[in-house]
Write a protein that binds this ligand. Structure first.
Ligand code: GLY
Length: 458
């Protein structure tokens, strides 16, 4: 039976999901707050709606006769979109609002880890009163990570001794009016992500990815939703061993066992420290940008994952092309503090296609059987892909919003080659956007390796 899949969300992550389903035996429909031109081009139908409005999403799912749904954004999960779709008989690949608390409530997340004795949990305290949190900051003799308990789009955490002083951290909590706060031991090391697909008690993991949260080159500036990311041709990253990757997977395994009935993506944000792998946080959905590193090199049909989940089966084993990826986001000028939204930009799809052609491969965009050609290209050589994110496709052109605009991903045999391809693809990036050009460069990757060597005393 051919499936009808509803994709919820309109960012780069969701464009990657749409492309992972393109060419599969399904009709794809999408709904998002913004009209993402990349998704709209792939989908049979696209509705612009508030994706936290559960009844609007449900009504659209019923209208298109959806049999399955893939839910991208955490805000939609928090609002209960998975619950509403399940009630309507549409199988959601995404957790219920209650299960998504593993991401949406950071105090719950840490207590859950403590209660289930999950490895990699820091020493922490939770607060429901800003002044009590400030007093704790004053009394602490060590540096702390300061985390608002609710969703902040990845921009809420402040690390004392790295991003802020004690005084700065207290000022931040008071200014923003955060009452529910987690204060925890600061980890020192290299961050990385491992995303697991979970259903019916089975966990299937994907290659490790390193995202770059800071706005500016050299890891300077405020936190963002993520400026770009890279992955290597194998499962690990250059600064970690196979055992360290396995340690992270072991933590995901423990967490899935503790969660019990959990469906969707379990995203582990880890810190590799001199003392082993620690948990920075869990998320309940694909990472953005990490989905753009992972899905383009996944040979397994994502639709098979969704169907197996719904049928109550163990998920299929995942297979990945042995290719490195480098993703670079173009963000509106001023992002994240004073983003210049509502600005018309030109996205040069031809530059991306040229960057792919320069390595003898196609871009995947617009080919006859895109998913197959992408997998083939990734298995054989280099390629560039363009992902639209939080842009709005209007009658007179493509406009920025206040969030990340578009990303390019270079795919090749090594991180260095993938980085060159991504830069070539971005050569047509127009005015009005800003890019972190250092992501995936040999210099940056070397600095990560050296950092871990230093911490290990090598
Ligand atoms: N890359 C960070 C996130 O998706 O939350």
């Amino acid at each position: 039976m051919s499936e009808t899949v509803l994709l919820v969300g309109g960012g780069g992550r969701e464009h990657a999901i749409a492309r992972a389903l393109e060419g599969s035996d399904c009709d794809l429909y999408a709904c998002a707050d913004n009209r993402n031109p990349g998704i709209a081009r792939i989908a049979a139908g696209f509705e612009t709606l508030d994706t936290t409005n559960t009844s609007a999403v449900r009504t659209y799912a019923e209208e298109v006769g959806a049999t399955l749904a893939a839910i991208g954004p955490e805000a939609a999960l928090q609002a209960g979109v998975a619950d509403a779709l399940a009630e309507a008989g549409v199988y959601p690949f995404g957790p219920s609002a209650e299960a998504a608390r593993i991401e949406t409530d950071k105090a719950y997340q840490r207590r859950f880890m403590r209660e289930h004795d999950i490895s990699g949990c820091p020493a922490f305290e939770t607060f429901e009163d800003t002044e009590a949190a400030c007093e704790y900051i004053d009394s602490s003799s060590t540096d702390l990570a300061v985390k608002p308990a609710g969703l902040t789009g990845g921009k809420g955490v402040k690390v004392i001794g790295d991003q802020v002083t004690k005084e700065g951290a207290k000022e931040y909590l008071r200014e923003e009016g955060y009452e529910r706060v987690v204060l925890e031991e600061r980890f020192v090391g290299e961050e990385f992500t491992v995303q697991g697909l979970v259903a019916n008690g089975s966990l299937r993991v994907t290659p490790a990815v390193q995202d770059h949260k800071r706005a500016y080159e050299g890891d300077e500036g405020p936190n963002t939703g993520g400026m770009g990311s890279y992955s290597d041709a194998g499962l690990e990253l250059p600064f970690m061993s196979e055992d360290e990757y396995r340690e992270a997977v072991g933590i995901l395994d423990e967490t899935v066992a503790a969660l019990g009935d959990y469906t969707g993506v379990l995203y582990g944000q880890f810190m590799l420290t001199a003392e082993g792998v620690k948990v920075v946080e869990f998320n309940a959905r694909f990472g953005d940008p990490e989905a753009m590193n992972t899905l383009p090199v996944m040979n397994t049909d994502f639709l098979d994952v969704l169907v197996a989940a719904r049928e109550g089966d163990a998920l299929p084993q995942l297979s990945f092309a042995p290719r490195a990826t480098v993703c670079k986001y173009a963000v509106p000028e001023g992002y994240p503090e004073e983003p210049q939204g509502d600005t018309r930009i030109t996205i040069d799809e031809e530059s991306v296609a040229r960057a792919g052609r320069a390595t003898g491969q196609s871009s995947g965009e617009g080919s006859d059987e895109p998913r197959e050609s992408v997998a083939r290209a990734a298995a054989e050589g280099g390629e560039a892909q363009l992902f639209y994110a939080s842009v709005d496709d209007r009658e007179d052109g493509i406009y920025t919003t206040t969030s990340r605009a578009f990303a390019v991903v270079g795919i090749a045999g090594s991180i260095a080659e993938a980085e060159t391809i991504a830069e070539d693809a971005l050569s047509g990036a127009t005015e009005g956007v800003r890019i972190r050009h250092d992501i995936g460069t040999e210099e940056l990757v070397r600095s990560r390796i050296d950092h871990m060597s230093d911490l290990r005393g090598e």
